[in-house]
Design a protein around this ligand. Structure first.
Ligand code: GLN
Length: 484
């Protein structure tokens, strides 16, 4: 059976109605990986051992897993050389919850090193690849999770999003991104980048598939002190909805100012008109603190990174190479120098500075205060409105290696996604058709619309996104590079 054009929901239905078996599904995806991964190079590790397991209860649906989720005795590297041979002694709770239900987590897809950067160029092991135009980036840090799903190497993927890490890859590869409120899940044994922002969740082909995984994955974890002590379930009635009557959806004007590519703007405006056709009430709103979001994020996030990465010294999680040292400090320095990529070193050095006793108040404390004002902006808006929409990114996927030496340019492309991360909001992105690249190639690339709702209002998100998705069907277009 060919599962390529089927959503996760459809595959599960076919298994339940005995039209296919779990083994067949599993073998289908393994075969696709064998066939395409030599070209795509998406996977750091493929767990073929599952094929020999008798216990198929654990292996209904194979998911592509970002190499940041720890899985017991399975190589987990965060695409960093410093973790080359690391095999964790625990499962991440997110993985455990999926295993309990019906998924198998067996394939570790490449990513930007420790989820920093935005293009998958910083992976120690794999190169970026966009299934629409393969000389372009798939976004990052979860670029390979997105490429794997867009190329049907897996029916869905597990990723983490800190600032933009999956919204961008999902939209650059034309698949559905969804993130719940910060407290809906567990970060336990997910390698930490910036703990007050990291949010693990899923990438799927359809909005309904996201909701399906949401029902499974949002769960209380006693080992995670930020997880909510109750489970949320989506009311299936929402899938009957055909329009957005009575919904008040606002468009923040700050997201349409300087820096937004003209083509992207046009597509997003068309998408907003579509929402209006579906009877949503659209209004312009101001979120004045938006202009401080990038600066705030790029103080808080790397400061947390510099703390979290301090556990990697080349000894504790292994990758000690050097014999030539006179002290422990020198050993750690040598290892970090040799095994971290440039961005990790940059963040550790620069952002340790903002946490230092002399500069803490001027930078880190100020940034946390501004974060509160950004949250207040959203809270105020949500007193009057049901949802907020914006572009996901100011531009379409750019050429690989084009911005590699310009981190600031890279940071600026996070402008529309990080305010929501700082405010711990749930969000989803849906397709807004295709736009031309800014360069001379003028290649057509996907553009996506970002939808946000207040905290803990995930059901409303699914409802809006589903109605829009059904009315447009843009995501059904298939990436051109491989066998359609
Ligand atoms: N561009 C962001 C960064 O480099 C992406 C982080 C993320 O969401 N993982 O920090």
């Amino acid at each position: 059976m060919n599962f390529k054009d089927l959503s996760l929901e459809e595959i599960i239905k076919k298994i339940n109605s005995k039209e296919t078996t779990r083994e067949e599904v599993f073998e289908y995806f393994i075969k696709r990986i064998d066939k395409y991964d030599s070209k795509l190079q998406a996977f750091n590790f493929v767990n073929y051992e599952w094929l020999n397991k008798k216990d198929w209860i654990l292996s209904w649906i194979p998911l592509a897993i970002k190499d940041i989720f720890c899985e017991i005795w399975v190589p987990t590297t965060s695409s960093s050389k410093i973790l080359t041979d690391f095999k964790p002694p625990y499962n991440a709770t997110v993985i455990e919850n999926l295993l309990k239900e019906w998924a198998s987590s067996l394939w570790k897809v490449a990513m930007d090193e420790f989820a920093m950067w935005s293009t998958t160029e910083s992976s120690a092991f794999k190169k970026p690849f966009n299934p629409w135009w393969n000389n372009r980036i798939p976004g990052g840090s979860s670029g390979w999770s997105a490429t794997a799903v867009a190329s049907w190497l897996a029916p869905a993927a597990l990723w983490t999003d800190t600032g933009w890490s999956i919204r961008q890859p999902a939209s650059m590869c034309n698949i559905v991104w969804f993130k719940p409120s910060y407290w809906r899940n567990s970060r336990f044994w997910v390698m930490a980048m910036a703990s007050s922002l990291d949010c693990p969740w899923t990438l799927t082909k359809t909005v309904k598939d996201s909701a399906l995984l949401y029902d499974v994955m949002n769960w209380y974890d006693p080992k995670e002190n930020t997880s909510l002590p109750w489970k949320d379930l989506i009311n299936p009635e929402i899938w009957n909805k055909k329009d957005l009557k009575w919904y008040k959806i606002w468009v923040p004007k700050e997201y349409f100012e300087e820096g937004l590519d003209e083509w992207v703007r046009n597509r997003i405006e068309e998408a907003i008109m579509k929402l209006q056709e579906l009877w949503a009430e659209i209004k312009e709103v101001s979120l004045p603190m938006t202009k401080y979001a990038i600066a705030t994020y790029y103080i808080i996030m790397p400061a947390e990174v510099s703390t979290n990465l301090s556990r990697y010294d080349g000894l504790r999680f292994w990758h000690n190479s050097t014999e030539d040292y006179n002290s422990m400090d020198e050993l750690f320095i040598n290892n970090r120098y040799e095994w971290f990529w440039d961005e990790a070193k940059r963040r550790i050095v620069l952002w340790s500075y903002v946490l230092s006793a002399w500069f803490y108040d001027a930078y880190f404390k100020k940034a946390t205060q501004i974060r509160t004002l950004i949250i207040d902006d959203f809270n105020k808006a949500f007193e009057e409105v049901d949802a907020i929409v914006s572009p996901v990114s100011p531009n379409v996927a750019w050429k690989a290696w084009e911005k590699i030496n310009d981190p600031v340019k890279m940071y600026l492309s996070d402008a529309y996604t990080i305010p929501a991360s700082l405010a711990w909001l749930p969000g989803i992105s849906v397709p807004a058709w295709f736009a031309e690249s800014e360069d001379e190639e003028k290649e057509m690339l996907p553009v996506w619309l970002h939808i946000l709702t207040p905290r803990l209002k995930e059901e409303r998100l699914f409802e809006i996104a589903y109605v829009y998705e059904q009315a447009t069907k843009f995501a059904e277009k298939i990436a051109p590079w491989f066998d359609n």
